[in-house]
Design a protein around this ligand. Structure first.
Ligand code: AMP
Length: 303
């Protein structure tokens, strides 16, 4: 089992879906990622929040064993994101992004974190993602990156530079098309791989996840759920299951990558069952094992 470092956003989210509405609840790319990955391995979180960040949120992560010493409290307000979803829960509409303390965040890893073997650059300013890569003393065994439309539009040059240095990218389907300027998802995945990452994982919400790894495609459907309340964080939770599982393996080979896509899908399937991290906070390791088995049944060919 190897340590997993994540740098990303910790947020207060306000979200409306056809099934309810929440205001200033715990969110953020690094939050969902760490909570999810903590079921598999030791996670070390580097992020920033403002003076208004409730202590209970920090404790929630620490209670799961997440190392939160790198969660710096800065002067100012915590990053805030507001979004809404219509009946098609696959696409979030951003209503408001307030970077606040994220605007001048300069992650400082400290000596012990600079040699972490697994690194996840969660959705955050690509300039910061590059900054973190530069701070690593040793090339991690596996580096993955996630991003979104906000950065594809605003920081494409920096994002391209970051992509040139990572092994894995996780991205949703609309954003993959946008980044590659290519409507066909298969071609888009290949084009993104051509930008650097050996492995491209395209998250497709209720339609599952598609992986292109060293030229070969692998696909896993989403778990068929009858009640989905809030898809916020599904992508980061997926990445947490994916990277957390890999960091816990002795060998990161093609078979492990395929299982990691299933674990990512398992974890994401829980997140969407409630708002914020509510469902995850009720999760037991046995639930993960049960749903992994259910996935196995769902996708196997033999009766
Ligand atoms: P996802 O897993 O893709 O649904 O990501 C949801 C999380 O991304 C939310 O909890 C937001 O706080 C966070 N988020 C939204 N916009 C940004 C942004 N521009 N930079 C970093 N994090 C963001």
């Amino acid at each position: 089992m190897a340590d997993l470092l994540v740098v990303g956003s910790v947020a207060l989210d306000s979200v409306e879906t056809p099934f309810g509405k929440v205001s200033e609840v715990l969110g953020g790319s690094a939050t969902y990622f760490s909570y999810s990955a903590s079921f598999f391995t030791q996670v070390r979180l580097v992020a920033t929040v403002g003076g208004d960040f409730p202590e209970t949120h920090r404790r929630l992560l620490a209670d799961r064993g997440v190392d939160t010493r790198g969660l710096q409290a800065s002067e100012g307000k915590t990053f805030r994101w507001a979004g809404e979803y219509g009946w098609d829960l696959n696409e979030a509409k951003t209503l408001d992004t307030q970077l606040n303390v994220l605007a001048d965040f300069r992650p400082d890893l400290g000596d012990d974190l600079r040699r972490t073997p697994f690194l996840f650059l969660a959705n955050i300013d690509p300039a910061l993602q590059i900054d973190v890569l530069r701070q690593m003393k040793e090339r991690p065994r596996l580096v993955a990156l996630d991003t979104m439309n906000f950065w594809i539009q605003g920081k494409q040059t920096e994002l391209r530079r970051a992509l040139g240095e990572v092994d894995v990218v996780t991205i949703n389907d609309a954003e993959a098309r946008q980044l590659a300027s290519e409507p066909n998802l298969i071609r888009a995945a290949r084009a993104i791989s051509g930008m650097g990452p050996r492995i491209v994982v395209v998250k497709r919400g209720e339609y599952g996840a598609l992986m292109l790894a060293d030229g070969a495609f692998f696909f896993v459907p989403a778990y068929p759920l009858e009640s989905v309340y809030d898809p916020t964080g599904a992508g980061d939770t997926f990445a947490g299951g994916f990277m957390g599982y890999l960091a816990a393996q002795d060998r990161v080979d093609a078979a492990a990558m395929r299982r990691a896509v299933v674990y990512g899908s398992v974890m994401a399937s829980f997140t969407v069952e409630d708002f914020s991290l509510r469902r995850l906070t009720r999760l037991k390791p046995a639930d993960i094992a049960d749903r992994y088995a259910a996935f196995h049944d769902l996708i196997r060919l033999e009766a």
